[in-house]
Design a binder for this molecule. Sequence first.
Ligand code: FNR
Length: 199
Amino acid sequence: MHDRASATLPRLLAISGSIRRESNCTAVLRSLQALLPDSASVELFALDEIPLYNADLDGATPPPAVVKLKQAISQADGLVLCSPEYNYGMPGVLKNAIDWASRPGFASPLKGKPALVITASPGTSGGVRAQAQIRDALAATLARPVVRQHVAIANVAAQIRDGRLVHEPTLDFVKAALHDLLDEIALLSGAARRSGRAE
Ligand code: FNR
């Protein structure tokens, strides 16, 4: 399932649904490393340079930023997405990236990839109305959105200081969700080993 054997040292890839400089969602993702055990690492991938999906460009030599995105997904053991809600749904920036990463259909780097979905909003809903859309789009690619209570961070702007999430109860909730993701990764890599599919 993974391009690299790393059952004991999981590597996570964090993708923000917002590309603005002061993004709250990106700040949440920047805060994850401190919540992980020493054995796990997380790297941010910015979507700034991903062009709009165009099947004409999705041939033998896709745009370089897309190649980098797909490589980063392949090399990760799991994904953490943090996204705002735009007009009650998933921002186009995130959907566009999922569309690029989803090709070839049902055999893309997203196939089988465990993914924790976080939404965040300065408002009271925590962006929760985007959760179903993000999960559905991931499921369409055969990725594996982690099944757990939704992580929807309301009032997020008030919980960020110096580009990091600082609100302890929210950090605890996000940490529990990250551990669910790591459990899912361990479960899947164990299953792959038992069935002889692991590298
Ligand atoms: C928003 N915002 C927003 N918030 C929300 O809770 N529900 C919504 O439906 C929307 N819709 C929406 C549409 C558009 C086009 C914009 C630009 C904004 C507000 C949004 O949550 C807020 O700007 C966040 O701060 C965006 O996330 P980042 O950039 O801080 O990560």
